[in-house]
Design a protein around this ligand. Structure first.
Ligand code: NAD
Length: 378
C-alpha cells in the first residue's frame, strides 16, 4: 500500500507529518512512502533525508495514489478532491467549529482520523499529539515571554548590583502549563501556578512551584473521568478571579494555557487585571486560538496595553519549534497507524469497533461516524 506525506498547504504551518525515522519504520512494515518535495523543509528535514530512509519524493498530485495520507492540518476541500474514496487520513482535524469541513471529508469518502481525540490512556500515550505538541508549546511560551521581557529572569548577584528573580505565574497546569513551570524554573524564575483540577496541585508542587487556587467543593469535583477540566460555574469563576486579581498584579510574566475540550477557552485575565500589572510585564496567551484566556490578546500579534504590558498571542506555538514538534508529531502518527497494520498482509485494516479507532474516527464510508458530530448534515 501507498502512504503519502504532503507538504502542508497552509503557509503558516511549518510542521510535517513524517520524519526520516517514521518513514524508515513504515518502509520496514512493507509500505511504499512518497513524500512531497520540500515537505520537511520548514522543519529542517531535507528531501534527501527522506530518500535515505527509503521514501521517494513526489508531487501534490501523488495523493491520488495513496491509501494513507499523513498530515498535520485537516485536508482542505481542494486537497480532498485529489484523494480517492476510502483514503485513510490522519491529522489534527480541529473539528469543533469546523463542522462543514467534517462534512466535506465525509462527502469525499475518506476515513478521517481526528488525532486530538486519542483517548488519554496508558496504551495510547505514544499517539497523543495534544501532549507532544502542548509540551513544546509550554516550553516555547516561556522562551517567547523571556524574549519580550526586558529584564533577566534569574536572580543575579553581581559586583555591579543584584538583579531580582522574575515572578512567573502559570495559569492552567496541564501538559503545556507543567512544561512552562519547569522551563521557567530552569531559567531561575520564582514560579506560581493555578488550575481548577485538584490533581494539578501535587504536580505543580513537585516541580517546585507554589499552587494558588480557590479550593472549594466545586474545585474538588472539577476533573472529568477523561482527566480534563469541566467548565466552572459563574460563582467559582468570580471567586477565582478575585484571588487571581490580587496575585497577578505582583507578577512579571503570566503564561495562560487553560482549555476546556469542545468549548471556548475560559477568560481568566480581564483588562482590569492587565491594567493592574506593572509596565514591562509580559503575558503569553497560549489559548489565543481557542478564544483566548486574556482580554485584549490578539491572535498572531504581540500587543501592548495602555499601561505598557505586552500581550503575546502567537499562533501555532508548537510550529515555532517546528523541528522538534515535527519529530514528535510524526512519531505519534506512526504509533497509531502501526496499531492498524496487518503485518502479514502489509496493509492497514480499519476496525471501526476497536477502542482507539472508535474514539478518533470522524468520517468513514461517506458518513460522519463520530458521535460528537452525529447531528452534522453531510
Ligand atoms: P487542556 O489542554 O485541556 O487544558 C489545560 C489546563 O487548563 C488543564 O490542566 C485544565 O484543568 C486547565 N483549566 C481549564 N479551565 C481552567 C480555569 N478556569 N482555570 C485554570 N485552569 C483551567 O489539558 P491538558 O494539558 O490536555 O491535560 C489535561 C489532563 O490530562 C492533565 O491532567 C494531564 O496530565 C492529563 N493527561 C493524561 C495523559 C494520559 O494519561 N495518557 C496524557 C496527557 C495528559
Amino acid at each position: 500500500q501507498n502512504i503519502f506525506v504532503p507538504r502542508e498547504v497552509d503557509a503558516t504551518e511549518p510542521r510535517v507529518a513524517a520524519s526520516p525515522e517514521t518513514v524508515k519504520r513504515l518502509v520496514g512494515l512493507g509500505f511504499s512512502v512518497v513524500v512531497e518535495k520540500d515537505a520537511g523543509a520548514a522543519s529542517r528535514i531535507l528531501d534527501g533525508d527522506y530518500v535515505g530512509a527509503g521514501a521517494t519524493i513526489g508531487k501534490a498530485g501523488d495523493a491520488a495514489k495513496a491509501d494513507v495520507v499523513l498530515k498535520v492540518r485537516r485536508p482542505s476541500e481542494s486537497e480532498l478532491k485529489t484523494y480517492k474514496p476510502g483514503t485513510i487520513v490522519l491529522a489534527a482535524m480541529d473539528p469543533y467549529g469546523h463542522e462543514s469541513s467534517v462534512a466535506a471529508m465525509a462527502r469525499a469518502g475518506v476515513s478521517a482520523f481526528c488525532m486530538e481525540f486519542m483517548p488519554r490512556i496508558t496504551r495510547a500515550q505514544s499517539m497523543d499529539i495534544l501532549s507532544s505538541q502542548a509540551n513544546l508549546a509550554g516550553y516555547q511560551a516561556v522562551i517567547d515571554a523571556a524574549a519580550e521581557y526586558d529584564r533577566a529572569l534569574p536572580m543575579m548577584m553581581t559586583a555591579a548590583g543584584t538583579v531580582p528573580a522574575a515572578k512567573v505565574f502559570v495559569m492552567g497546569a496541564g501538559v503545556a502549563g507543567l512544561q512552562a513551570i519547569a522551563t521557567a524554573r530552569r531559567l531561575g524564575a520564582i514560579v506560581t501556578a493555578t488550575d481548577v483540577r485538584p490533581a494539578a496541585k501535587e504536580q505543580v508542587a513537585s516541580l517546585g512551584a507554589k499552587f494558588i487556587a480557590v479550593e472549594d467543593e466545586e474545585f474538588k469535583a472539577a476533573e472529568t473521568a477523561g482527566g480534563y477540566a469541566k467548565e466552572m460555574s459563574k460563582e467559582y469563576q468570580a471567586k477565582q478571579a478575585a484571588l487571581i486579581a490580587e496575585h497577578i498584579a505582583k507578577q512579571d510574566i503570566v503564561i495562560t494555557t487553560a482549555l476546556i475540550p469542545g468549548r471556548p477557552a475560559p477568560r481568566l485575565v480581564s483588562s482590569a487585571m492587565v491594567a493592574a500589572m506593572k509596565a514591562g510585564s509580559v503575558i503569553v496567551d497560549l489559548a489565543v486560538e481557542r478564544g483566548g484566556n486574556v482580554e485584549g490578546a490578539v491572535p498572531g500579534q504581540v500587543v501592548s496595553s495602555e499601561n505598557g504590558v505586552k500581550i503575546v498571542g502567537h499562533l501555532n506555538v508548537p510550529g515555532r519549534v517546528s523541528a522538534s514538534a515535527s519529530l514528535l508529531y510524526a512519531k505519534n502518527l506512526y504509533a497509531f497507524l502501526e496499531t492498524m497494520v496487518d503485518k502479514e498482509a502489509k496493509t492497514v485494516v480499519l476496525n471501526p469497533e476497536e477502542e482507539l479507532v472508535k474514539a478518533t474516527l470522524l468520517t468513514h464510508g461517506g458518513k460522519i461516524v463520530h458521535p460528537a458530530f452525529a447531528s452534522v448534515e453531510v
